[in-house]
Ligand binder design. Structure first.
Ligand code: SF4
Length: 308
């Protein structure tokens, strides 16, 4: 069945002039049928470079929305409408406005894991790959940052700036509640020669025990190039599949086998096939908000020397 679906998707991609962009947390079979696999930053840049008329974004909803914002001339499909992100849902427009009113002189930096209406009232839009560098370059000693209290704390540590989390309770349930300090201690005991790489959305007590902290693209590079032949991966388990495929010859071990994002895993071969075949779940964004968010994304990327 999987093979039939896979073949049908490959045929439909040609027929519709479509490319599939998959996030690192997607199911192995979804990654394998995709044209490009990456993190939020890589996917959004890649989407702007493709000549395909149709982009299928295999990831959660804010990623598909971001692809539509950056590619108004393309048709962006999100195969599973219900594939949302519980972290992004913490930062509602109401919450963002309330913080802006309370701190009118402090720039609002939003994580890409947020929705268009919030991005449109922000000052900068960052990913976990560029958040620290962007914040360092913003001309203000204090910033509002959200959503994600752990990433915000990490950005504050690395940038030396005062960071106010928007909202205080925002977190990713996979990185914050499934991955734990106990996992780190057990991994160190079981694999004393291994290196451990973790995502900055993990809590401080986890980050403190890691050899490397970075976005999934940065973890990929580190795991591939570090001197150890055994690397423990402290993020959603989907990244392990990509590492085994693209950087073979080393042992990659999930820090916690249960670190599975139930939202990311809603995208399946069947939902991709259905969406492509029927051209359904086309992402529609407000043109005006999209224009504003695109300008803010471009301005943020320029700050760190990336041209979209
Ligand atoms: S892993 Fe966390 S941040 Fe990523 S999509 Fe799932 S809930 Fe959202």
């Amino acid at each position: 069945m999987k093979e039939e679906l896979r073949e049908e998707i490959i045929r439909l991609k040609k027929e519709k002039n479509a490319a599939i962009l998959a996030h690192n947390y997607q199911l192995p079979e979804v990654q394998d049928v995709s044209d490009f696999v990456g993190d939020s930053l890589e996917l959004s840049i890649k989407a702007t470079k493709l000549s395909n008329k149709v982009i299928v974004l295999a990831g959660v909803d804010f990623m598909a929305e971001q692809a539509a914002v950056l590619n108004p001339e393309k048709i962006v499909l999100h195969p599973e409408k219900g594939a949302t992100c519980s972290l992004a849902n913490y930062l509602t427009l109401k919450v963002a406005k309330a913080y802006k009113e309370k701190y009118p002189d402090i720039p609002l930096v939003v994580y890409v894991n947020s929705y268009l209406e919030v991005k449109a009232i922000s000052d900068y839009i960052v990913t976990s790959a560029n958040a620290v560098e962007v914040v360092k370059r913003i001309d203000s000693p204090r910033i509002l940052f959200g959503p994600d209290r752990n990433l915000a704390e990490y950005v504050a540590e690395k940038s030396g700036k005062e960071v106010i989390v928007v909202p205080q309770e925002s977190h990713c349930y996979v990185h914050s509640h499934i991955i734990s300090k106990e996992d780190m201690i057990l991994a160190r005991e079981k694999y004393p020669n291994a290196k451990i790489a973790v995502h900055p959305e993990t809590p401080k007590e986890v980050r403190e025990l890691a050899d490397f902290i970075g976005s999934t693209s940065q973890m990929m590079k580190y795991a591939c190039s570090c001197e150890s032949n055994q690397v423990i991966i402290g993020t959603e388990i989907g990244l392990v599949h990509r590492l085994r495929k693209e950087c073979p010859g080393k042992e990659y071990i999930p820090l916690n086998d249960a670190a599975i994002c139930r939202f990311m895993k809603q995208i399946t071969l069947k939902s991709i096939r259905d969406s492509l075949r029927d051209m359904k779940n086309i992402v529609v964004v407000d043109e005006n908000l999209a224009k504003i968010a695109k300008e803010k994304t471009t301005k943020t990327y320029e700050l760190v020397g990336i041209k979209l």
